[in-house]
Design a protein around this ligand. Structure first.
Ligand SMILES: [Zn+2]
Length: 375
């Protein structure tokens, strides 16, 4: 592996950057380090702005309306955020679908990528690498193109052909790695060279971008939050971004309680659901397995302990669903006029399992990735 500081060769080391700190209290000496070199923990923002409703820029129709609550960098934007919240009927009743698949590259990843790439650009970084099953790589490819940053994406060989084409068409170099999703991550980190590792799994700014989804939901519901949110979970980026976003609303005194957060995994790869059932404080690594929900094949999430804490503190739960249930949910959504990729349908597939817990509740389900990705 290259030395940590190699990431910043040619970059403006003294550009303004957010200060990063790990849970062990170590401060980052270099903004492009992807994790704490002392204890290998993920970075968190040492300080982050509190939510101030007066600071929302209501003239901006993208997530940058919340710029005052995000790291202060010139935005690289493709108009991400501002996704619709629409009511969908299911046999269990109805839910509110947050149409994240209408983001610029067709997946929810664009919120986090926009914030991460804006930050990298402000640092003067000229090349970024990432590992991805497809959507994060496609998102990075697009925002890197918009920022004038070179992108190289490491994908597992099983990644969908459409997603690989999407990355390549946006000008990213796509590196296929034999083995699973974990092998792509290892290969990526061994071959960063002078590039920054723009990891959607590790970079806390990615979660900051995802938190804007919670703030939008709060605005769209007229200044309130739903009773429950049901979310697909692999690494849990959207799940944690939403949970952190709702928590900032409560800290600001804008809501009395946060939604119950439900994590849904594929039965083929369900480390969070396993740990939840067993009462463990963090997930243990499981085999990646094989599933049509390829976007959430994560053998052990980076912030698995935080996911489990959110489940406990909000009164939620983790469940897993089989591919047949996912296919049925995907068909149901198509019947309602909504085309999503299989990974996005796992949360809807879990609604029958959660029927008792969600009875009478206002439920939001983010629909994360476009069905066009897997046609
Ligand atoms: Zn540390």
């Amino acid at each position: 592996m290259t030395s940590p500081t190699a990431h910043l060769r040619g970059a403006h080391r003294h550009a303004p950057w957010v200060s990063l700190r790990c849970a062990g209290g170590h401060a980052a000496s270099d903004p492009a380090l992807w994790r704490c070199p002392d204890c290998e923990a993920p970075w968190e923002l040492a300080t982050s702005p509190e939510f101030d409703p007066q600071a929302i820029d209501t003239t901006t129709w993208s997530l940058w309306r919340y710029a005052a609550m995000l790291p202060a960098v010139p935005p690289i934007t493709l108009g991400e955020g501002g996704t619709p919240l629409v009511r969908v009927a299911v046999p269990e009743g109805e839910f509110l679908a947050k149409l994240e698949f209408l983001s610029p590259t067709g997946s929810y990843k664009d919120r986090g990528t926009a914030v991460v790439v804006s930050h990298l650009r402000a640092l003067g970084i000229e090349e970024a690498v990432e590992d991805s099953s497809g959507n994060a790589g496609a998102s990075l490819a697009a925002y890197a193109a918009a920022a004038g940053v070179r992108a190289r994406v490491f994908v597992p060989a099983h990644a969908g052909a459409g997603k690989k084409r999407q990355m390549a068409e946006m000008g990213a170099e796509v590196v296929e790695v034999a083995g699973g999703r974990g092998a792509a991550a290892v290969a990526c980190r061994q071959d960063t060279g002078a590039a920054a590792y723009a990891s959607h799994c590790w970079n806390p700014l990615f979660l900051s971008g995802q938190s804007t989804c919670a703030w939008e939901i709060w605005e769209q519901l007229g200044g309130s939050v739903p009773d429950a949110v049901v979310c697909p979970v692999g690494q849990g980026n959207l799940f944690l971004g939403l949970a952190r976003g709702f928590a900032t609303l409560r800290r600001a005194g804008l809501v009395a309680a946060v939604p119950r957060m439900y994590a849904v995994q594929s039965a083929a790869c369900a480390p969070v659901a396993q740990a939840w059932r067993a009462g463990w404080p963090q997930p243990v690594a499981v085999d990646e397995g094989v599933t049509i929900a390829e976007g959430i094949l994560t053998s052990r999430p980076v912030r698995g302990d935080e996911i489990l804490r959110v489940l406990r503190h909000t009164g939620g739960a983790a469940v897993s669903v089989a591919d047949d249930e996912v296919r049925a949910a995907q068909r149901h959504l198509r019947g309602a006029g909504l085309s999503v990729e299989p990974t996005s349908a796992v949360a809807v597939a879990a609604l029958p399992l959660l029927r008792d817990q969600l009875a009478g509740a206002e439920v939001v389900v983010p629909l994360t990735g476009s069905g066009l990705k897997t046609l």
